[in-house]
Design a protein around this ligand. Sequence first.
Ligand code: S0N
Length: 274
Amino acid sequence: MAEKRKWETIKSFNDIKFEFFEGIAKITINRPEVYNAFRPETNIEMLEAMDICRERQDINVVVLTGEGDKAFCSGGDQNVKGSGGYIGEDGVPRLNVLDLHKRIRELPKPVIAMVNGYAIGGGHVLHVVCDLTIASENAIFGQTGPKVGSFDAGFGSSYLARHVGQKKAREIWFLCKQYTAAEAETMGMVNKVVPLESLEDETVEWCKIMMQRSPMALRMIKRGLNAELDGQRGLMEFAGDATLMFYLMEEAQEGKNAFLEKRDPDFKKFPKFP
Ligand code: S0N
């Protein structure tokens, strides 16, 4: 039986719901009439929500999901697809879901995709770029790009191949077949499959376990796993966190203090670990 919990609204948006419960932020794409397809405005709102998740000290884990029991996300909204991208209300074509991919990977906190139905096209890529995926038994996974005139040769293919291997990634993209949650779990792109009615309970349980772990350790693991794929950019994120940790050490503080006290720093007293 699904546990009832009271999610409190963090901020009201048009296309998404953005809520909080006991250290967990939940972002829900709220466009069920188009199976939670995203348009440029949806991504702009999700980017803002991700920034709030980054800044707020009481948010430890982020859950990304879709409204209802039919779809997690069906990708780009085909009603607003124009030449050059998806056309926003300002008339400008954008592919700004790519910014969201980067933001999810950069966020120094775990992001869990709670897949409650179709994860198709750009919606499939969204779960792929999340750190973990928990899916309901009715979830369906697949890419459609080569069928509908698009493709994501970025994280949507290269990172997917890290989950399922090169042959399977090519199959998923070349054939545009749909896969059950059980098949997706067997392939290695889903962490756990549960009945729909216990999807949120299971996801919250995973969040609670992660919240008992060291946030800095989780952060560094995420950075390290990303860096392997992200090249210089990943190294920069990893190095930034190493600097953060160095700032916490007395050795770094000695340098700053010496400067402010107009004296030579004394670094000799600090250990040189073998
Ligand atoms: C999800 C599917 C398989 C569900 O099928 P089902 O159950 O038969 O339901 P439908 O009747 O088809 O759908 C229910 C209602 O929802 C609307 N709808 C569904 N998906 C979309 C959508 N993506 N855009 C707009 N509307 C959608 C239906 O029209 C229907 O509405 P009503 O009831 O009013 O008729 C099936 O719906 C399906 O296959 N959907 C389309 C999936 C798809 O092809 N998505 C787009 C794929 N491309 C992207 O996502 C682009 C991503 C992107 O932005 C990108 C980024 C970086 C680099 C490249 C790209 C790129 O362009 O790929």
